[in-house]
Design a protein around this ligand. Structure first.
Ligand code: SF4
Length: 101
C-alpha cells in the first residue's frame, strides 16, 4: 500500500501529535491492534475498538486523518462505513480536515 504525498504529510503530522501527547506505545490501538484490523469485521470487537478510541487523547486528529485517507479498519472511533458517510456528506473536505491536524 503506497501513500501519496498528501497522505504521507498528514501521517507524519499525526505521528507528531501522538508523540507529543500519549506516545505510540500507550495508544489503546497499540495494545490490541487486532481489534482495529480490517479483517476483523466482528461487530462485537469493532465496538470494543470504538469504545477504546473514545478514551484516546488523539481521537480527533486520528479521525481527521482517517476520514481523509483510510478506507479500512477502525480509526478515531469511526468505522470505515461511518467515514464514507462523513466524506459523502460533504460537510468535511479532506483539505479542511487535514489542516486541523
Ligand atoms: S483514536 Fe486512533 S490512535 Fe487512538 S486508539 Fe483509536 S485508532 Fe488508535
Amino acid at each position: 500500500m503506497g501513500m501519496d504525498k498528501g497522505q504521507y504529510h498528514a501521517w507524519i503530522k499525526l505521528q507528531e501529535v501522538i508523540e507529543e501527547t500519549i506516545g505510540y506505545d500507550h495508544l489503546p490501538c497499540a495494545q490490541a491492534p487486532d481489534l482495529y484490523h480490517p479483517s476483523n469485521e466482528d461487530k462485537y470487537y469493532a465496538n470494543m475498538a470504538i469504545q477504546a478510541c473514545n478514551d484516546c487523547p488523539i481521537k480527533l486528529p486520528c479521525a481527521t486523518y482517517a476520514i481523509a485517507y483510510e478506507k479500512e479498519g477502525i480509526w478515531g472511533g469511526l468505522s470505515a462505513s461511518e467515514r464514507i458517510r462523513i466524506r459523502r456528506s460533504g460537510k468535511i473536505t479532506m483539505d479542511r480536515k487535514v489542516r486541523r491536524l
